[in-house]
Design a protein around this ligand. Structure first.
Ligand code: PLP
Length: 436
């Protein structure tokens, strides 16, 4: 037990923290802070855990769709493509980013519960792989848009199986009362499918569900599959339709703290497929191809945030704070839902005396903390402070609050060397869209 949550984080002989074998303090000096470091090898390993398991046990045509919302940036897509992945996208912006990086449109699956007519047109024009239709209104819009263009568009329907995966509410989307998709229990999903089958310009390939995030166990997926099986059998009976594709969403958990479980990704994929084969066969349904949409578990432990410590304050009788040069503008997750992270004093990994200290960002919000009451060697101004496992929902949720520029991201390449993936924003760029 040394408090380190991932095996790509080590300490060198000088007592400095290393990520992917590179000294984090030196990288902070070279590129400036705040800085995101991306471990290319870990990113690829995470992709391969999914792709090799899917290839081994799932039906031909099954695919791993990286959930772009976790971390959307151009440099990621060529790597995803090399690793045989597809991608899930939720906006025109995410589609444009993937396409600008040379990602093929037919490997993109378009999500979202309020896609605009402009976004649907754009997706159709670009030849998107499939649209995951969220509701009846969108079904009408898309059918009409495809008709106007003389196209027949592949679609999946987003359904709500009504599963509580026992995760925190903010990231739990499989419950019935949810703004994404149409619920099975109320009968609305059934009407939605019947409606979709009538659309002349759309080809219904199958169903989608996403039950939540930070799930460490295949049981809630299997529970959802049981509901989907019953539903599929009911629709076959009512309309003679069987899905050829089942998209089971994302949600596998990642280890933020050393005490968190470590998800066995290939084991989880195998367990889900095993259950699917059994229950689908029992219902006499033909086995569908499966799509998985992992986001967090692809990128989270492939990234570390590097800050520089500023003042260290003691509020007498209360607590100590170290104030770093970033904040909720680059990582809003603690402020949003008290997300746990491992914080390390990268400059003093060889010191054994720990202090309890809260890590604050520089944003003007009392709740804008990075983490509270962590135990690290007392930071001195200028020390490098690292926050681990920040690949997911950090850059993609970053803002310019207080006009703080978005940090740079540097890739630590598999073969050695480092490369700038995202240039640090400038003060002037933040005002670029504004008119006087
Ligand atoms: C539809 C859908 N698919 C995939 C994901 C990715 O989930 P995770 O990052 O937990 O793997 C999400 C996350 O919100 C989602 O809403």
């Amino acid at each position: 037990m040394n408090g380190i949550p991932a095996d790509n984080i080590t300490v060198n002989e000088n007592g400095k923290l290393c990520f992917a074998g590179r000294d984090v303090t030196l990288l902070g000096k070279k590129y400036g802070t705040p800085l995101w470091l991306l471990d290319e090898e870990r990113l690829r390993e995470n992709c391969r855990k999914y792709t090799s398991a899917v290839k081994k046990c799932m039906k031909k045509g099954s695919m791993v769709l990286y959930a772009s919302k976790a971390l959307c940036m151009k440099g990621l897509y060529p790597i995803l493509l090399e690793e045989g992945m597809g991608a899930d996208v939720v906006s025109g912006g995410e589609i444009a980013t993937a396409l600008a990086a040379g990602f093929p449109a037919d490997r993109l699956y378009f999500h979202g519960n309020n896609k605009s007519a402009e976004e649907l047109d754009y997706a159709l024009d670009k030849g998107i792989g499939a649209v995951i239709v969220d509701n009846g209104y969108e079904l009408g819009l898309l059918d009409a848009a495809a008709g106007k263009k003389g196209k027949k568009q592949d679609i999946l329907l987003r359904l709500i199986p009504g599963i509580d995966p026992h995760t925190f509410n903010a990231v739990d989307t499989g419950r019935i009362d949810c703004q994404f998709g149409m619920p099975i229990e109320t009968g609305q999903a059934r009407d939605f499918v019947i409606e979709a089958l009538k659309c002349k310009n759309l080809t219904l390939k199958g169903y989608h569900f996403h039950i939540g995030s930070q799930i460490f166990d295949s049981t809630p997926f299997i529970d959802a599959l049981k509901i989907m099986t019953r539903f599929s059998a009911e629709i076959r009976q009512a309309a003679g339709y069987e899905p050829s594709v089942l998209d089971i969403g994302g949600g596998f958990g990642v280890r933020y703290k050393e005490e968190d479980p470590l998800m066995d990704i290939p084991g989880g994929v195998r367990a889900i497929q095993g259950a699917l084969e059994e229950i689908w066969a029992e219902a006499g349904l033909e086995l569908p191809a499966v799509m998985l949409e992992p986001g967090r578990s692809i990128v989270a432990d492939a990234v570390m945030t590097v800050y520089t410590a500023g003042p260290v304050k003691e509020i007498n009788g209360y607590r100590k704070y170290v104030i770093v040069d970033g904040g909720m503008s680059d990582n809003p997750r603690y402020a949003l839902y008290r997300s746990k992270y491992t914080v390390l004093n990268a400059s003093r990994m060889d010191e054994s005396e720990m202090v309890e200290i809260s890590v604050s960002g520089r944003c003007c919000e009392p709740g804008a903390l990075i983490q509270e009451y962590v135990k690290i060697p007392l930071p001195h101004p200028g020390d490098t402070i690292a926050v681990c496992t920040t690949g997911a929902y950090n850059y993609s949720m970053a803002s310019n609050y207080n006009r703080l520029p978005k940090p740079a991201m540097v890739m630590l390449m598999s073969g050695g060397g480092d490369r700038l993936m995202i240039r640090r924003q400038t003060w002037e760029e933040m005002a670029e869209c504004e008119l006087i």
